[in-house]
Design a protein around this ligand. Structure first.
Ligand SMILES: [Ca+2]
Length: 208
């Protein structure tokens, strides 16, 4: 019993992120965002041919055709009921593309990039993480979105990934998304650990 509880505490402290979307058996309700550019015009499909962690689980994938108008495209999940993410400090996700970007000759030299976004409150205010350059095809890139300073975090309407080219070039290929995770606030983790350690103390006393 004591050993089991210690293992639980250890694994909780190691696994500091909650797997919100692993896409290991389906698209988990994700769709394309028809209000966000013309780069993605169909809902993503599930593919079991690859996985971010290499566990054979699966990913979601969509065909992307970026125009030189900077509008990009997005995949996301619109929550049926708004979610309270106030116990989390960070969103993480992983993306890759299967075609290397070709820079526009005479353009700004900007390739293609991706970033995470969430939409909160009745006004669906959009918050975005930093652009991560997707210069190298067939490689997982980590995206992060810091939730500090996000208004209405208790009223999250959507969460997703945005891909774009900054308007400098056109690009066509497939986007793959996996393991969009929520990282808990350090405060909530400490509280959880304190609670579990208390439980262990209780169990240890009971054994004597
Ligand atoms: Ca997966």
């Amino acid at each position: 019993m004591l050993k089991k509880l210690l293992l639980v505490v250890a694994s909780l402290l190691i696994a500091t992120s909650v797997s919100a979307f692993s896409f290991d058996s389906g698209t988990e309700g994700w769709t394309h965002d028809s209000g966000w550019g013309t780069g993605i015009t169909a809902d993503p499909v599930w593919s079991g041919s690859m996985d971010h962690t290499g566990n054979g689980g699966g990913v979601i994938t969509s065909a992307v055709a970026l125009q030189a108008d900077g509008s990009g495209g997005a995949l996301n999940l619109m929550y049926a009921t708004p979610q309270d993410l106030s116990a989390y400090s960070l969103v993480k996700g992983y993306v890759q593309v299967d075609t290397n970007p070709i820079h526009n000759v005479g353009g700004s030299g900007y390739g293609i990039g991706a970033r995470l976004h969430i939409k909160t409150g009745s006004g669906w205010t959009t918050y975005m993480g930093d652009w991560i350059n997707l210069e190298t095809a067939n490689t997982w890139h980590e995206l992060t979105l810091n939730l500090a300073g996000v208004a209405n975090l208790s009223d999250v309407r959507a969460i997703g990934v945005h891909i774009g080219d900054g308007g400098a070039s056109t690009w066509s290929g497939n986007l793959f998304v996996d393991d969009v995770n929520l990282v808990p606030e350090p405060g909530s983790l400490i509280m959880l650990s304190v609670g579990l350690l208390g439980l262990i103390g209780f169990a240890a006393r009971k054994r004597k």
